[in-house]
Design a protein. Structure first.
Lengths: 118, 148
């Protein structure tokens, strides 16, 4: 059984990472690789869609922490959308909503990026 | 059924030290927690705490060596749900770690160190001791509604 999958797509001026399944210490390296790939290409406006993600542990949260500084240094951001209450509670447990912009849906996050680009 | 003062073992397994086992272990913890009366949300959080503890053993005690194994035991003693993890890797006493400073952590924006904080927030009691070559980590959560 596949525990986790991700895919990336463009939604100009952003890139979207869609997550599905279980994001833990076993699967977090895949997300890390996806972020590295985008940043290596100079992509700094990133939306992560959690709609189909059913689990996250600190290993998954750590991936977002690892890249947020570099992305913001380049005037970009990582915006998070579509979290189930279960996933949001884990973020909230650690105070992450203070650090990340979290939206109900992709359109809201995309609009924020579009406004920022002007 | 568990008897008063008589620990009742519900699960025991030697687990390979690989992160590929985490998904299955979470399922075991969640299932057993619900069986003894925890609500699904609390059971989910308990499975997260055990995931974090096992991840620490795999990464820090065994340094990601998949040839190693650790023991997972789940028992219920009176009104206490106990997850007992035993390994023989490098010891690390979580009770000796400093208190988690969330604001300082967020300001620093650095990964790592979150797992222990999650364990502390979810479980009622954590104990750690090294006996001989083995490290024993016990994660305890009080079962709602008292004795089973």
């Amino acid at each position: 059984m596949s525990q986790f999958s991700l895919s990336t797509r463009t939604l100009p001026p952003t890139h979207v990472i869609d997550l599905a399944g279980f994001l833990d210490a076993h699967t977090a390296p895949q997300l890390e690789g996806a972020f590295k790939g985008l940043i290596d290409e100079g992509v700094y406006r990133i939306i992560v869609n959690f709609r189909d993600l059913s689990y996250i542990s600190s290993a998954g949260l750590g991936v977002f922490m690892a890249f947020i500084e570099e992305v913001r240094t380049h005037n970009g951001d990582i915006k998070l959308v579509g979290m189930s209450p279960k996933i949001y509670n884990v973020f909230d447990l650690l105070g992450f909503p203070m650090l990340y912009e979290i939206y109900d849906d992709e359109e809201q996050a995309h609009r924020k990026f579009t406004e920022a680009v002007g | 059924m568990a008897q008063s003062g008589d620990p009742s073992l519900r699960f025991r397994e030697e687990v390979p030290s690989t992160t590929g086992e985490l998904h299955r272990l979470r399922g075991v913890v969640e299932r057993e927690a619900v069986r003894v009366g925890f609500d699904p949300e609390t059971a989910f959080r308990m499975s997260l705490a055990v995931d974090e503890a096992c991840s620490n053993i795999i990464r820090h005690s065994y340094r990601n060596n998949p040839a190693e194994q650790f023991t997972v035991e789940i028992s219920v003693d009176d009104d206490l749900f106990i997850v007992h993890l035993i390994d023989h890797g490098a010891s690390y006493d979580p009770s000796g770690a400093g208190a988690f400073d969330r604001q300082a952590y967020l300001n620093a924006m650095r990964p790592g160190g979150l797992g222990l904080h999650i364990i502390r927030m979810v479980m009622d009691d954590i104990s750690y001791e090294t006996i001989g070559e083995h490290n024993h980590l016990r994660l305890v959560k009080r079962v709602p509604g008292g004795s089973l």
